[in-house]
Write a protein of this length. Structure first.
Length: 304
């Protein structure tokens, strides 16, 4: 059996769902498909891989999802055209089969399919991965507008702290699959972002100078921690802040001792907070830290 045709109650046309390798897959696939349709108005997701019907064009796929989510028939075409424009899929590309799409185009279509019909909860896995800058900006503007108007709650995962800081009202940091903290950006930086970060880039990539450089930094900045190291690149974090004049005077001492290409000093951001959690929780038990939207810090209850 090459394909399966399903007729959903309330629709006047048959839907090509997917190719099946054997007749015994029909019942299992039908059960999963109808289960997904019944809950699709409550939540939707955009997985990093899969989730598309390769035999359909991008436009046909979005129209199918819109119909299944209860979008009025007379509004389907208008909504699909708007979504394609938002995610940056050209009209001619939308008329091509999904199997011909690049990874970036598949991500765009997956995000569009997740938000069509405005489900109450939208789960996005790396929505901006391999997406061009223009489309990334328009996608996040659309997501922010959806959130502001209260249409949907959006949860997305990302390993880019800048994206989280710019687009999220609340941020949770997970390490090894376990939640470390949850709160808005200001709360997390206030609680975990004290001090400053020191990034040193050496002219030479020879790691033989690493011990001498680390000892010199430790002598000039007591209590500083080495967060990350690569050939010729060192990242330090200091929990206690000092006067900027003193800080830069000591940086100049480092420049006189070593041949450095650049030295960057910045206040601790989410990226450094995340790296700190990764370092501190390896092999240790911990209790997640959760901030209420408007209240003080409170520890999360242990999972049962």
């Amino acid at each position: 059996m090459d394909s399966m045709m399903l007729l959903r109650i309330g629709l006047s046309v048959s839907l090509l769902v997917n190719r099946l390798r054997a007749p015994r897959e029909v019942e299992k696939t039908a059960e999963r498909f109808f289960s997904w349709c019944s809950g699709s108005q409550a939540w939707a997701s955009a997985p990093r891989r899969g989730g598309l019907l390769d035999l359909l064009t991008g436009s046909e796929f979005l129209k199918l999802i819109a119909s299944l989510r209860g979008v009025p028939h007379e509004k389907v075409d208008m909504i699909v055209c708007s979504l394609l424009r938002v995610v940056g899929i050209a009209k001619h590309k939308a008329e091509q089969p999904c199997e011909s799409y690049s990874h970036g185009a598949r991500r765009k279509l997956s995000v569009a399919a997740a938000i069509v019909g405005l489900p109450r909860i939208v789960l996005l896995d790396e929505p901006s991965a391999r997406v061009d800058i223009w489309a990334r900006r328009t996608i996040f503007k659309a997501l922010q507008a959806i959130i502001r108007k209260g249409y949907s709650s959006i949860i997305f995962s990302s390993n880019c702290m800048d994206v989280c800081e710019a687009n999220c009202t609340r941020v949770g940091i997970l390490v090894s699959g376990q939640l470390q903290c949850l709160g808005n950006v200001d709360q997390l930086l206030s609680r975990f972002g004290h001090g400053f970060s020191l990034q040193i880039k050496c002219v030479s990539r020879d790691m033989s100078i690493a011990p001498a450089l680390e000892n010199a930094v430790a002598a000039l900045f007591p209590g500083i921690l080495l967060i990350d190291v690569h050939p010729g690149l060192f990242l330090f974090s200091m929990k206690e802040m000092m006067q900027w004049s003193v800080l830069f005077a000591r940086v100049n001492q480092l420049r006189r001792q070593f041949l450095l290409e650049s030295v960057n000093v910045s206040s601790t951001g989410l990226e450094e907070v995340f790296i700190g959690f990764v370092r501190d929780t390896r092999g240790s038990a911990f209790l997640p830290t959760v901030f209420s939207p408007s209240g003080p810090l409170s520890p999360a209850a242990p999972a049962r």
